[in-house]
Structure formats: structure tokens, C-alpha cells
Design a protein around this ligand. Structure first.
Ligand code: ZN
Length: 229
């Protein structure tokens, strides 16, 4: 197990706060062990006191800047990369207000935009970003193949999904409905279709990407998938 230390990769702040976000019904539907509860709580509940991005969003930001060989914060990155054409699919953590500083940034959201059939031109973006969205779509491989389609050659799709590292991916079809979000608030778009596991990379490659890197911001609490077209 690693523990992240240092400044927030989004805004550079050095102060963090932590809260538990999982609740008993979700823990039991997901059949999580104590260790898994602890790292998923950290992934979703450890956050920067200034920009309020949690560990998974911080990991996503760190993966993005690192991928472009940049050593400063996402804030700085967005000030200096005006040429980059970025598609954000559903607001990724609290990163939207930072990413939208890029003049060629575009945010598309459910339900106006369906990830399984994106009304977005093919071969048109350098970078596609999404965070904890894929587990809520019925066909994650199809959603990733849509990300692949809208990317230019050598473009990147950088994203997070909650991964339980000790098991394989499973579909929740036929199981009792499980929702993310908040305890006792079953929102339709928060219904979980897929629980991702150690074989998540296969979904990426099956969708047509030529490579899949797993970046560890903090292991195993904050893993980020970097898929290259
Ligand atoms: Zn921050």
C-alpha cells in the first residue's frame, strides 16, 4: 500500500481532509472486505481542502499532466496548453472548472449525451476524460469504443473507475440494484451496471485502444487508466 504525500496536483494546496463515504447497504451489495472499504473510502473521501477534489480526481489530474511530461499543477497546465482539444464526458470530480480554462475544452453530459452513442465528430479530440462514469453505463466496452472513435490518432482517453483489485470485473445484471451517490437516494443515473476488477485493462483493449497503462497515484486507492488510440 502506498500513501500519497505532497501537494494537490490540481491546485497545489498542502491541506487535506478525509471522510468516510461508503454506507452499509453499498458495502454489502458490493461485498467489500474491510481493506477494500478502507481504500475505496480513501479514494472517494480524501480530498483537497482548497479545490475539494478527492483522491481519484487528484489522481486523474496527476495522470493528465504526467502524460504530457508536465511537472506542475493542473491549473498551470491549463494555462499553458491552449492547443489541446479536450472532451470531458460528465463532470469529472471537481476538475471541470479547471479544465474549462482550456479554450478547446468541451463538456458533454448525460442524458443529453449518451456515452454509448456520442453525438460528437470522429477523430476530433486529443484527450478524452471521464471519472467514475463507466460503471454506470450498460455496455462499458461500447462506451470506450466511442471514446476511441472521437479521438485523433495517438489521442488519449484518461479515466478512472472504482477498481477492486483482488477480483475480476463482474456485471450486476441479475443482481439486486446497487447505487452509488448517497445512501438512500437511488438515482437512476447512479445505478451500477459493472463492478470493475483486475482485468479492467481488457475492456480498454477490447474497445480498440492500442495500449493501456495503469497509473498509480496511490496504490490501490487511486488508479488511473491511460488508453492510447
Ligand atoms: Zn487542490
Amino acid at each position: 500500500m502506498q500513501k500519497f504525500s505532497g501537494s494537490c496536483p490540481v491546485c497545489g494546496c498542502l491541506e487535506f481532509s478525509e471522510r468516510a463515504v461508503l454506507w452499509p447497504e453499498l458495502i454489502s451489495a458490493w461485498q467489500l472486505s474491510e481493506v477494500e472499504v478502507s481504500y475505496i473510502n480513501r479514494q472517494q473521501g480524501f480530498h483537497c481542502k482548497q479545490c475539494f477534489n478527492n483522491l481519484r480526481a487528484m489522481g486523474l489530474a496527476a495522470a493528465i499532466v504526467r502524460n504530457y511530461q508536465f511537472n506542475e499543477t493542473l491549473v498551470r497546465f491549463c494555462e499553458l496548453h491552449h492547443e489541446l482539444k479536450v472532451l470531458e464526458i460528465n463532470a469529472a470530480g471537481n476538475l471541470t472548472s479547471f479544465l474549462s480554462k482550456l479554450p478547446l475544452h468541451r463538456l458533454v453530459e448525460y442524458p443529453q449525451f449518451d456515452m454509448l452513442n456520442l453525438n460528437v465528430e470522429s477523430n476530433s479530440f486529443d484527450l478524452v476524460v471521464h471519472s467514475d462514469t463507466l460503471e454506470h453505463v450498460p455496455y462499458p466496452e461500447r462506451a470506450l469504443s466511442e471514446c476511441h472513435r472521437v479521438l485523433r490518432s495517438r489521442g488519449r482517453c484518461i479515466f478512472t473507475v472504482p477498481i477492486v483489485i483482488e477480483r475480476m470485473t463482474r456485471s450486476r445484471v441479475g443482481l439486486a440494484p446497487s447505487y452509488h451517490g448517497q445512501a438512500g437516494v437511488p438515482a437512476k443515473d447512479q445505478l451500477v451496471h459493472t463492478e470493475f476488477g483486475a482485468d479492467t485493462w481488457q475492456t480498454v483493449l477490447n474497445a480498440g485502444f492500442s495500449s493501456c497503462e495503469i497509473f498509480s497515484f496511490e496504490y490501490p486507492a487511486a488508479l488511473v487508466m491511460i488508453a492510447i488510440k
